[in-house]
Design a protein around this ligand. Structure first.
Ligand SMILES: [Zn+2]
Ligand SMILES: [Zn+2]
Ligand SMILES: [Zn+2]
Length: 256
């Protein structure tokens, strides 16, 4: 299956509004980062993880013209607020399924009640919530996913495994004991890594790499990166052990 990075930036995106730092004014296109999201495709099935504020721009950039479902990691604004633009993939006859843990779906329902209403006016997104339990394996079209609980500060949120890859963003603890089996045998690990310094609810680059090593992950990609470190600097410091993902990067991922 094919994976495309739609966005690889932290909650501000890069450039940050009003910031004149070297990364925000960089001419390297890798230093332009929309809010974090990925697209996974296999056969005719297309699934995205999270719909941040730039979902519309990301969908246009990658030519997205169909969608079978959306997985949500958690309901922070930078992962959720593009939800309304899902309406182009829904209609009177079709509700688009969105998948996540119960706690995440509850918040999404409070933010966008009209998308789930029984009688809604024309033109609003028509979505259907599908609750997934921690550790559950579920299928969307040709792709099977597993929900992997991780900690984001004090909050339990969802990461997802699909084939030999896992997407774990906004993470400060991989809960290695309970996830040992779920995180074994990964060819590709996409892991949130905010910056050089530790942060209470995000791994630093070093912490992300250290955790990737503990689960013996194959190729490691950092995502959800902030503006304190340029793409070139992260490459210089971490290749070949880990690589910063960048917007529009595509990868092939093997099935289990
Ligand atoms: Zn985030
Ligand atoms: Zn900046
Ligand atoms: Zn978050």
């Amino acid at each position: 299956m094919k994976l495309t990075f739609l966005g690889t930036g932290t909650s501000h995106g890069i450039p940050v509004i009003g910031c004149h730092c070297p990364v925000c004014t960089s001419s390297d296109p890798h230093d332009n980062r929309y809010r974090s999201s990925i697209l996974i495709e296999k056969g005719d099935t297309k699934v995205i993880i999270d719909t941040g504020c730039e979902f519309r721009l990301q969908a246009l950039r990658c030519g997205l013209d169909s969608l079978d479902g959306v997985l949500y990691t958690h309901a922070h604004a930078d992962h959720l607020m593009g939800l309304d633009d899902l309406r182009v993939f829904t209609g009177e006859a079709r509700r688009l399924p969105i998948y996540s843990l119960a706690s995440v779906l509850e918040t999404i329902g409070k933010c966008f009640p009209y998308a789930f209403a029984e009688f809604s006016y024309k033109g609003v997104p028509r979505l259907e919530m599908v609750e997934v339990k921690e550790g559950e394996i579920f299928h969307i079209g040709d792709i099977s996913f597993q929900a992997i609980p991780v900690l984001h500060g004090a909050m339990r949120i969802a990461g997802y495994r699909f084939g030999k890859a896992a997407y774990l963003t906004d993470v400060s603890d991989l809960l290695l004991e309970e996830n040992a089996e779920r995180l074994s045998g990964l060819d590709v690990l996409i892991i949130g890594a905010l910056r050089t310094k530790p942060h209470w609810s995000h791994f630093s680059f070093d912490q992300a790499l250290e955790n990737a090593r503990r689960i013996n992950a194959g190729t490691v990609y950092f995502t959800h990166i902030n503006h304190e470190t340029s793409d070139a600097e992260i490459r210089r410091r971490y290749l070949p052990d880990a690589c910063p993902a960048y917007d529009t990067l595509t990868l092939e991922v093997d099935d289990e």
